[in-house]
Each structure stands twice: as C-alpha cells, then as structure tokens.
Design a protein around this ligand. Structure first.
Ligand SMILES: [Zn+2]
Length: 372
C-alpha cells in the first residue's frame, strides 16, 4: 500500500523521534544513516521536535576527524503516562516516561467494591502518587486503568469480571474523578504490552498470564489481537482435563482451575511467596502439588505452541516465580513437542513487578508518540 506524502512525512517524524528516544545522544548524520533519510529531512524534523519541547541539542559528539557532529537527546520526561491496576485486594500504580522507563511504582492494599467511594479513593491514591513522583503534573498524558476482566473496544466499560464480581457491562466511573483522560484495558493485555516494551526481539508472542485467574494476550506483528468478541487468549477456559475440576465459569476441567495462582497459593496460606518458600524447603505436599501444576501447564503450553508456532512468555504472578523452574518446564514441553527438540520459544516474563500497571501507563505514551 502506497502512503501519501503527508503520511510519509508523519512516519518520518515518528521514526526520527523514536531513534532519538532509543539513544542517549545521537547526531543528525547517524539518524540519517540509520533511517536512510536525507540530512535536510532529519534536520527539519529535529527542528520541529525541538519546537515541541521533546528534543534538545546536547553539544558535540567526539569526532574522528573533520567537522564535529552536533548531537541531540530526547527529553523523556516531557510527557508521562500513569497506570492504575485494579485487583480484588490491591491497587498498583506506575509512572512511565516517553522512553518507556518506569519512574516509580507502588502497590497499596485496597479492597475492590463497585461503588463511587471506591473509585474516589482509588483516584485520590492516584493523585497523591502523581504529586509525589511527577515533577510537573501538566506533563501527565492520561491514566491507563487495567482490570481483571473483559473491557469494551473503546476502553470505557468493563463487560465482565469474575474476580471483581461484575456480571454485566459496567461503566467504571473513574473518568469523573480525574481531569486526565482515562482508558480502561484488560490486565493481561496490559502486562503483555509491558513485556513487549522490553522485548524488541519479539515479533509474535503469546503471553500466558498465570495470576489469580488465567488469561493471556495474542501479539501478532507486535499488535494485540482481541478477537471478534474480545475473548481471544482466554486460555483459562480451555478444556484441559475433560470432566475435571470445576471452573469458576460453571464448566468443568478448564485450565484456570489448574493453572491459576490461587491453585498454588492455597497451599501457602493464601500467599504465592509462601508456597514457593515451602517448595524450596522441600515440603512434600508442595512438591506434589507443583509437579501436578507443571504437568498441566506443559499441556497448555504445548497446545498453544501447536496453534500459534511462536514465542510463549509465562507471565502473571506465577510467571514471575517460574524462572528457576524453566528448564524443568521446557523438558516437559519438549516431551510433548512434535516439531522442535528444544523449547527455546519458551521463557518467563521479564517484567516481574506491576507489569499490568506499567503496561497500562504505556498506552498513553505509545499513542502520544504515534500522534506527534
Ligand atoms: Zn471456565
């Protein structure tokens, strides 16, 4: 598809800006060479970016001879994205700059209720977080809110959430609590966005989110695939053991009943960390439970792999604990694999802390970069 002149110009500007964001300091010549653009085009774009307050001249780079190249740098904190992750018992907050760097994050106990009081309280915590961690509150682009449930395409309402006990489409009345724009997203999709931001090597990815419920995200060409009914990547409701354990959705044998964080935490006094401590301490019951967990997980991973034939990232609360057990999981998956001898397509998440809040904060950052 041919792009119009205006679209080419816009894309050039975005590419020049992204290149500056990726470097601490970079010269006009380097950008021209990296993007195969003419020096005047790069110069004009930099002038405009300086005018927008997004880029600054940073002096001269050391030259090997001849004229010294003057360099430019981004001003990454000229815009900030905020992420608010809502769970049953906590809210988490994160702030990211234009480079996608996390400036601060925090997790605060706060029991969810679908009431105005709750939303006002979450908004107050967010305001306090912004004042504490953002130098200039005018730089905040918006609040990305991630929730454990299915969210409408327009990011305005929550269609359904078992964990938050919401059965019908519900407007999350946070917009009234902020002067900023608010955008709602699914927590696993948000976490996959955070993961993508630190995985430039991944073109296609399945993110398997093993949290208090199991979800996931399908990423093709670095874009989220939502499905016709927003139900894509609902791996928790894949039948893994016919007539098996009851699932919270009312059916039986779904992966959620075997793969969720709750299925392990219940053997650690409700805490996943306690479960893994007991496992490390060779607690016999925890060893047995974990062996069964990994066996079922390996079936799920193998099924995902034969369908999508791409990299698979184990994320969510459990995913952040699975690093030491990855060789064991890979061996189980390899036993089931028809095509590959080594399950090198499998890894654990790089974002282990507050991935959903970070991913939600990146929504406004990415939209802003695409809009310059
Ligand atoms: Zn189910």
């Amino acid at each position: 598809m041919r792009l119009s002149n205006i679209e080419v110009k816009k894309q050039n500007r975005i590419n020049v800006y992204k290149t500056i964001l990726e470097h601490d300091k970079v010269s006009r010549q380097e950008i021209a060479s990296l993007l195969s653009l003419s020096l005047p085009t790069v110069g004009q774009n930099i002038k405009e970016l300086i005018g927008l307050g997004l880029v600054a001249e940073t002096g001269e780079l050391v030259s090997t001879g001849g004229r010294r190249a003057s360099s430019v740098s981004s001003l990454p904190e000229s815009k900030i994205g905020i992420g608010l992750d809502i769970t049953q018992n906590h809210v988490s907050l994160a702030a990211s700059n234009l480079k996608g760097e996390v400036l601060a994050h925090v997790r605060i106990p706060q029991k969810f209720t679908n009431t105005n009081e709750y939303y006002q309280s979450a908004a107050n915590l967010t305001h306090r977080f912004i004042v504490q961690h953002v130098k200039n509150t005018d730089t905040v682009l918006g609040i990305g809110v991630s929730v454990p449930g299915i969210v409408s395409h327009d990011g305005k309402s929550l269609q359904r959430s078992h964990l938050l006990n919401i059965q019908h489409p519900t407007e999350i009345s946070l917009s009234d609590c902020f002067d900023y724009e608010v955008w709602l997203c699914n927590d696993a999709s948000a976490a996959s966005m955070a993961e993508l931001s630190v995985s430039p090597d991944l073109e296609h990815m399945i993110y398997l989110s093993l949290s208090n419920s199991v979800g996931g995200a399908i990423i093709l060409n670095r874009n989220l695939v939502e499905g016709n009914n927003l139900h894509s990547a609902e791996f928790g409701h894949a039948t893994i053991i016919p007539e098996g354990r009851p699932c919270y959705c009312g059916k039986q044998g779904h992966f959620d009943s075997y793969g969720s964080a709750l299925s392990l935490a219940s053997y650690g006094d409700g805490r996943l960390e306690t479960f893994f401590n007991k496992l490390e301490g060779k607690d016999p019951l925890c060893i047995k439970v974990f062996d069964e967990y990994l066996d079922t997980l390996s079936i799920m991973i193998s099924n995902i792999r034969v369908v999508f034939d791409c990299d698979i990232v184990l994320g969510g609360y459990v995913g952040s604990f699975l690093g030491p057990y990855l060789p064991e999981i890979m061996a189980l998956v390899e036993n089931r694999d028809t095509f590959a001898e080594k399950a090198t397509y499998l890894r654990t998440c790089r974002y282990k802390i507050e991935a959903s809040a970070v991913g939600a904060s990146l929504h406004f950052i990415e939209s802003f970069i695409q809009s310059i």
